[in-house]
Design a protein around this ligand. Sequence first.
Ligand code: MTE
Length: 322
Amino acid sequence: MKYRNDPNIPPSEITPEPVYRARRQLMGLGLASPLLALAGCAGADDGAAAVAATSAGDSADGFRAADELTLLQDVTSYNNFYEFGTGKVDPSKNAHTLRPSPWSVVVGGEADITGTFTLEDFLGGNAVQDRIYRLRCVEGWSMVIPWQGIPLGDLLKRFKPNSRAKYVAFTTLADREQMPGIRWPVLDWPYREGLRIDEAMHPLSLIATGLYGQPLPNQNGAPLRLVVPWKYGFKSIKSIVRIDFTEDMPQTSWNMSQPSEYGFYSNVNPDVDHPRWSQRSERRIAGSASKLFAKRIDTLPFNGYANQVASLYSDMDLRKWF
Ligand code: MTE
């Protein structure tokens, strides 16, 4: 294998995947936080037959995917983070120059409370939760990642968005000194993303601060990144420095760059092809057979989270609003 462990993580701190799995099984038996125990019960005994559009075995709230996990080594060495280069291994090689601490987040726009907040103040002492989410990249590969983070809605509510706040816009750091890739005009920097306010407030939308039980590695978007599991991976913006509540739909990097290929919503949808390739199936990078022998599996509507999120779009033509 040509991939190496992340140089930022001492080998002693890496939890081998089987150890991590075993720990999670203990948690599922109720030996961890009440929240985890509850999620475990909901998944185990609700007995509901999986509807076609939803992945079988997930917890009913969607917080814990039942799929086989992607190895930590693959999660941290096969990345998209164009600020550190456009190759999949570039972020793991180059992101050591990112300084995730100290960090601050600017909150602006249509809210009663705005300003610049230290990372600690922004997170506001909310309890960190465990989630296992599928991440489906628009390029056609996918992973299953155990995240630690705080529901985005819990964070946003504290800033008291007003009635004009219809959307939430996110911005990544753009610092030439820390990010060698932004010398190249592959995107109009800084990287920008956005959500409708009801999407942002949905309990599945997460601000991740860690994965596999360790602080977020730089190449995965340290110190805080968005994870929206029912949308293509590019919506899950990394290393966020600014959040604005807006009345109008915000501009987003990939939509600005190729509007015919990347819409604002970007919900995972096997029925709507990317103009240059099909979205019917995906290469699932998971387990020890990762990458070289990755299995091709069918892509599910909303990435298998239709039960939880389809109602957000019930009155919309998803071919038009791709
Ligand atoms: N965020 C920023 N700032 N820059 C990026 O290039 N790439 C996106 C998203 N967030 C990207 C980003 C894409 S295309 C994907 S698929 C995911 O990050 C990949 O996340 P991962 O590397 O943690 O798997």
